[in-house]
Design a protein around this ligand. Structure first.
Ligand code: GLU
Length: 476
């Protein structure tokens, strides 16, 4: 979203980058090399649909190739433009560096309203777009690996993977050309939920640091915290669902395209999600108060605000009125640079996008590794792990018999302990570890340096430092 009185999305990302770089000691000129986008490819292609040729415009932007392949989703939305794609590609560079996925940053977009086309038409459009990108190595397992983003999902990724495979019939690693595929087309368990799951793990880690939570005037855990979420798409839905069902948070507000739902007692996320699938919006949902003024609910009283929709939704027009003491950016770029400054002055704590929504690319990394190793995670170890656990359980059973009434195993211990981890459990464990480790590196900078006021600047410093080291290792 470009606001007339505010910098563009890309300029906003650059301003945030500049704030961090001003506190760093980079070799002369390197800062510019890191900040600029290496290349953006624009393609216009025609597809014959409904008896006439339709021309579509698409982009694939490569921000930084300090590591390859470069990684980032492909977005389908009518507002897609070069500035947005470049901003998103830059965020991918910093995101990947922060969570230590060994990728450079990239992003793609197609100017299209996917709801205006049927499945068969979308498949033809997607295959043609994929063809245009693949023939220029902008889709390639070793060079550029797309993934889902707004308006795309498993279905589109399966078409892209198939298109690439048709064009590269002898490439044994063809499946690794794109991530976010369905399981039966080389995907990985837990990729669909990954970004929302990552938001949950990020919040859990934040509340494991009481001194950080205190900066937002919050204490305790996630239980009972009042949460407002904007956007019940893949990311917002999973984040809100997991937080309410597993952590005891209360979802007091849900903001969607056609207004918002509000209930201080808590909204049933799954019921609203099902309602949206059926009716196309939240209007008419019977078990909460509906208001047509959706964006106004961003300003409502709550403990945690989760913008999980578009960029630029918290901007100069509403930042002053945002009451949430903690914002976690599940979307990319939901807070403009101007709004960020206002919120910082107010003492609002912001868990920045490049960390908060990194769960998606983290699990994409696991999927890419799975595709390159041609084997499902856990396939070699699982039964062996179970066999070893069985040895211990036998010994414990012997002890149990020996000690009689004095001691016995807890009721569910045996069943739980005997089960080796499946792929989904391994993916969640890898994601949890990633989110914890990245938070700690970011929060260490926040605490250790008194010139770093906020988590976003800390996150940029960690990322830029890592990218700079890669460039230096390459001789730049
Ligand atoms: N589109 C997602 C993002 O913005 C996922 C990218 C990926 O998995 O490569 O992070």
């Amino acid at each position: 979203m470009t606001l007339t009185n505010e910098p563009s999305f890309r300029e906003s990302v650059d301003l945030m980058f500049n704030r961090a770089v001003a506190l760093m000691d980079l070799p002369p000129g390197l800062e510019e090399k890191i900040r600029v986008c290496n290349a953006t490819y624009t393609v216009r292609f025609g597809v014959r649909l409904r008896g006439q040729v339709h021309t579509f415009t698409g982009y694939r932007s490569v921000h930084s190739e300090h590591m390859e392949p470069v990684k980032g989703g492909i977005r389908y939305a009518p507002e897609v433009n070069q500035d947005e794609v470049e901003a998103l590609a830059a965020l991918m560079t910093y995101k990947c560096a922060l969570v230590e996925t060994p990728f450079g940053g990239s992003k793609g977009g197609l100017c299209i309203d996917p709801r205006a086309y049927n499945e068969e038409e979308l498949e033809r459009i997607t295959r043609r777009f994929a063809y245009e990108l693949a023939k220029r190595d902008l889709i390639n397992p070793a060079q550029n690996v797309p993934a889902p983003d707004m308006g795309t999902g498993e279905r589109e990724m399966a078409w892209i993977a198939d298109q690439y495979a048709r064009m590269n019939t002898t490439d044994i690693n063809a499946r690794a050309c794109v991530t976010g595929k369905p399981l039966n087309a080389g995907g990985i368990a837990g990729r669909v939920e990954a970004t929302g799951r990552g938001v949950q793990y990020a919040l859990r880690e934040f509340f494991r640091h009481p001194e950080d939570a205190a900066k937002a005037g919050l204490s305790g855990k996630l239980e009972g915290k009042r949460v407002i979420v904007q956007g019940l798409g893949n990311v917002g839905y999973h984040a809100a669902k997991f937080l309410s069902e597993e952590d005891g948070s209360i979802i007091t507000g849900i903001i969607e395209r056609d207004g918002a739902l509000f209930d201080p007692e808590g909204i049933d996320v799954e019921a609203v999600y099902q309602w949206i699938q059926k009716h196309g919006g939240v209007t008419g949902y019977p078990d909460a108060t509906h208001t047509a003024e959706g964006p106004a609910v961003l300003e409502a009283e709550c403990d945690i605000l989760i913008p999980a929709a578009l960029e630029g939704v918290i901007n100069l027009t509403n930042a002053e009125r945002i009451k949430a003491p903690l914002i976690i950016e599940a979307a990319n770029g939901p807070v403009t640079a101007g709004a960020d400054e206002i919120l910082r002055k107010k003492g609002t704590v912001i868990i920045p996008d490049m960390y908060a929504n990194a769960g998606g690319v983290t699990v994409s990394y696991f999927e890419w590794v799975k595709n390159l190793s041609h084997i499902r995670f856990g396939r070699m170890q699982r039964r062996q792990e179970e066999a070893r656990h069985e040895l211990i359980v036998h010994e414990l059973e012997r002890l149990d018999r020996y000690l009689g009434d004095a001691w016995s195993m807890s009721p569910n211990f045996k069943a739980k302990y005997l089960r080796g981890a499946d792929e989904l459990e391994l993916v969640r464990s890898g994601l949890d570890d990633t989110m914890r480790t990245a938070y700690q590196s970011m929060s260490a900078v926040w605490h250790d340096r008194n010139d770093v006021e906020d988590l976003r600047t800390a996150a940029y410093i960690v990322s830029i430092d890592r990218v700079a080291r890669s460039y230096r290792a390459k001789g730049l």
